[in-house]
Write a protein that binds this ligand. Structure first.
Ligand SMILES: [Zn+2]
Length: 424
């Protein structure tokens, strides 16, 4: 008998307020040490994929990951996407655990899944899965320490991790949370605010730079009941510091939508003022936010269910490789990507997840000259919410970003030459 079987899963409730007199606990995280070879599983899970090693010489599929092929001892192993379909052949409920993290969160439903592809894996079992034996699908997710775990979900349909009382700990679901959207004036920022409201965020602080500039879409956000506009200019250190002083101790999720984007490459523009503005918003803006908000988020990572949980950066697919018609903008986004990796390394020990979004061209005024397909701001916002509700670190919304990513993983040098116009 599985605990809780037959009961509808309770929805996520709004976290209780923190008692300001109680001492803040240190976060307990799942054990994080993993071999270098096992990081392949984590790298795929970070992009929302389940990959296993396949031998290039004999074709054998293997799990767990190893340095060499268990069949022919070849070193030529490739990570390949798996559909994860298989059978849950046996399961148990863990009621004792060595590690503090798992002990604090007992019981855990775990099982062995025989993949159709031919190997057995050990996985956490989602509570919507029927009692073994039954058909399931394996998904890879990141736990709070940022390493891959395998999860068995029903073979068909969608089973969000946040619908499972235990597994939801691996998500950053915005339901009932307090969220800061750093720039609510752009079309993307407005779309993110609306998506957060639809996802039942408790409170949405919206950064408003240049309050004297009236923008119709921004004014319309007044009818979002949980939204509250606050002055925030990410190019002004004092403005960022003042806001961090006001809400840094309360915010659970930061979504950095601040973005400055102008077209043109290097030689068709004089001076460096535009490039400086791009760096000031896209790179230094992130740095100012990180310096002022990250210490507060780290300190609150163990505040029980009212903890700080995530930081989302809206980057661009141009951060991976320079797109010369948007040359200086690409460079500012590459700098922001590099900085966000440092931020991720600093926040991970506290269990705060940094999620990077790499959208392709967005349907706004600065990508007008880029050929379709282009993403609507609403599609990018939806991808951000889905990433929070799931368990990933890097998201590539849209066909263009997916295509660039595939070509980048195949050969960064080839993609560089293609973007430079070398391909026919
Ligand atoms: Zn082999």
């Amino acid at each position: 008998m599985i605990e809780g079987e037959g009961m509808a899963t309770e929805r996520i409730k709004q976290p209780k307020r923190k008692n300001p007199i109680l001492r803040t606990r240190l976060p307990t995280l799942p054990p994080a040490a993993r071999s270098r070879v096992a990081l392949g599983l984590t790298a795929a899970a970070a992009r929302g994929r389940f990959e296993l090693q396949v031998c290039r010489d004999c074709g054998a599929l293997q799990y767990p990951p190893r340095e060499v092929c268990r069949t022919c001892l070849s070193h030529r192993l490739l990570w390949r996407v798996q559909d994860g379909r298989g059978e849950l052949i046996t399961e148990t409920v863990l009621r004792a655990a060595q590690e503090l993290f798992f002990r604090e969160r007992l019981p855990w439903r775990v099982g062995i899944v025989r993949l159709d592809a031919g190997v057995n894996v050990v996985a956490f079992v989602h509570e919507s899965v029927a009692v073994a034996p039954c058909r399931v699908r394996i998904e890879a997710a990141l736990d709070r320490a940022g390493k891959a775990v395998l999860i068995a979900v029903p073979e068909n349909g969608r089973s969000p991790l946040s619908d499972d009382r235990q597994l939801r700990e691996m998500t950053c679901d915005p339901r009932g949370r307090k969220v800061l959207v750093t720039d609510g004036k752009s079309a993307l920022g407005q779309a993110v605010v609306r998506a957060l409201a639809a996802a039942s965020a408790d409170l949405i602080w919206i950064g408003e730079a240049e309050p004297w500039k009236k923008i119709a879409g921004f004014a319309a956000l007044h009818n979002v009941p949980q939204a509250k506009a606050l002055p925030l200019d990410v190019t002004d250190g004092r403005s960022v510091r003042e806001l961090a002083g006001e809400i840094g101790g309360k915010v659970d999720i930061i979504i950095n939508t601040a973005d400055y984007h102008r077209t043109f490459g290097i030689s068709n523009r004089r001076g460096i003022e535009t490039a400086q503005l791009e760096m000031d918003v896209n790179y230094f803006g992130l740095l100012r936010l990180a310096q002022e908000f990250a210490p507060a988020l780290k300190a609150r990572a163990a505040d029980g269910p009212a903890n700080a949980i995530a930081w989302v950066n809206v980057l661009s697919i141009y951060a991976l490789e320079n797109f010369p018609p948007h040359g200086t903008y690409s460079a500012s986004k590459a700098a922001a990507l590099s900085l966000s990796q440092a931020l991720r390394a600093e926040l991970r020990p506290a269990g705060v997840r940094v999620i990077n979004l790499f959208p392709g061209p967005i349907d706004d005024e600065w990508d007008q000259l880029v050929l379709p397909p282009k993403l609507s701001p609403a599609a990018v916002a939806a991808a951000a919410i889905e990433a929070l509700q799931g368990s990933v670190e890097d998201v590539y919304p849209g066909d263009v970003a997916q295509d660039w990513l595939a070509r980048y993983l195949e050969s960064p040098k080839t993609l560089e030459r293609e973007l430079a116009g070398d391909a026919p």
